[in-house]
Design a protein around this ligand. Structure first.
Ligand code: UDP
Length: 427
């Protein structure tokens, strides 16, 4: 049996003051015909990164809505995660594809995981490429199989599309963050577009006072009376922490007291993480104004919250980005937020309105300087960002989308609830 993740419990009623009454009613209406349906989420890790972040909130809410829902983690070892990281990078545009030996490793681990999986569900939700081939072993399944893609697929390496395509075509539905990510070469049965979301009531996103935030960051050696810039992200080249350090150095020329925090967790399925962590430390070159922190320094959700709340500006200078939940989190805290012009960040930061979009370290530095020169004007953009997130990127909306899809796949009438589709193989 694949390992179960304990997600704890949440109550939808607690979200009533955050979501509109209409949305809460829509959720109840859509949940009614699905009562007792068995749902399983399959993913590669329960720790680190956006998928884990979403599932810890979404799954207990699905359960509270009446579904019988589980989350199981596939088995893997370094050789497998080395391959899946290559797949991830190639899907985001890296030229390096898979060798025959790597393909074999990927197939073997998927076959082994399929053997451990008991196919006794109404819906099987497969997150990202790691477990994507498991569907091949269940051609007679009574379940609807859904592939949820969380990565930027706008310029994929075509070898990978050829490799994954035949399996992805077996899924009853596939979901992408953006229309641009739907791979037209693959004849998906049906593709849907919706962005992910954050949970406003988790320790990471709940209201934290400025004093409490200062109290927490102080414990990590941050000088709370000096300005702080922060990027929260895995140590990954696509997140460009080295470019953030370059931006900080430009800012420091005018503000010698500025500090930079690079906060990044080490995901279990990311063997490249350590290598890139070491490169980031080397690039910081012992600068006492740069704080490189991770879960190994006891950074958890509340600490991430505190760093976001306390920062003069939050950066997410990604070069490629599936969606960028760190941007959503910063905007929800009404922080002035600077994002790389990439993927889902562009859907969240309306340049000049809800934040700053940048294409280089120089532009990131210029945005930081603008924010530090006029914090009141920057704060207005931060507040606009919070409203933008409230309307679009909170967990209740994501729950609604999933319930609507389940109903649609069951052939139930979804009433007024619309889903955005990207067409079907036959259209
Ligand atoms: N995160 C965290 N601690 C860290 C780094 C990241 O809790 O040290 C969280 C972050 O707050 C966000 C998620 O991991 O909720 C990252 O999601 P995102 O979509 O930004 O990127 P991904 O890692 O999925 O590429």
């Amino acid at each position: 049996m694949l390992q179960l993740v304990n997600v704890g419990q949440k109550s939808l009623a607690d979200y009533a003051s955050l979501a509109t009454r209409g949305l809460m009613e829509e959720i109840r209406r859509l949940a009614e015909p699905l009562r007792g349906k068995r749902v399983v989420h399959l993913s590669a890790t329960a720790f680190g990164g956006g998928v884990a972040e979403i599932n810890y909130a979404l799954i207990p809410l699905m359960a509270d809505a009446g579904l019988d829902v589980e989350w199981r983690i596939i088995k893997g070892a370094d050789e497998f995660f080395g391959v899946t990281k290559t797949i991830h990078n190639a899907l985001q545009g890296d030229e390096r594809g898979l060798t025959e030996a790597q393909k074999e490793i990927f197939r073997r681990y998927n076959a082994e995981n399929a053997e451990e999986f008991e196919d006794d569900y109404d819906f099987v939700l497969v997150h990202d490429p790691q477990p994507a081939f498991m569907v091949d072993y269940f051609s007679g399944s009574r379940a609807r199989w859904i592939w949820r893609c969380h990565i930027d697929l706008s310029t994929p390496n075509s070898d990978l599309i050829d490799f994954l395509g035949p399996s992805l075509e077996r899924y009853d539905a596939a979901i992408f963050h953006r229309r641009e990510y739907v791979p037209d070469e693959i004849r998906l049965q049906e593709a849907f577009i919706w962005p992910p979301a954050i949970d406003p009531l988790t320790p990471k996103n709940m209201a934290l006072s400025a004093d409490d935030a200062a109290y927490v960051v102080d414990q990590f050696g941050i000088h709370i009376d000096r300005p702080l810039l922060t990027q929260i992200s895995r140590f990954d080249p696509w997140k460009d922490p080295l470019g953030v350090i370059d931006a900080y150095r430009i800012v420091r020329e005018q503000h010698p007291d500025v500090q930079l925090a690079l906060v990044g967790s080490m995901a279990h399925d990311d063997p490249e993480g350590w290598d890139f962590y070491n490169r980031t430390v080397a690039h910081a070159d012992g600068d006492p104004g740069i704080f490189i922190l991770s879960n190994l320094n006891n950074i958890g959700s509340v600490e991430v919250n505190a760093f976001q709340v306390h920062s003069a500006a939050v950066l997410q200078k990604s070069i490629k980005e599936g969606f960028g939940l760190t941007v959503t989190e910063a905007l929800w805290k009404a922080r002035p937020t600077i994002g790389g012009r990439a993927g889902g960040i562009v859907d969240q930061i309306q340049a000049g309105q809800t934040g700053w979009l940048v294409d280089s370290s120089e532009e990131a530095a210029a945005a930081c300087l603008e924010i530090m020169a006029d914090p009141a004007a920057a704060g207005l953009r931060g507040r606009a960002g919070k409203e933008y997130v409230r309307q679009r990127f909170l967990m209740t909306r994501l729950l609604r989308d999933w319930l609507a899809l389940f109903n649609r796949l069951e052939g139930n009438d979804t009433g007024e609830t619309a889903l955005v589709t990207a067409g079907t193989a036959s259209s």
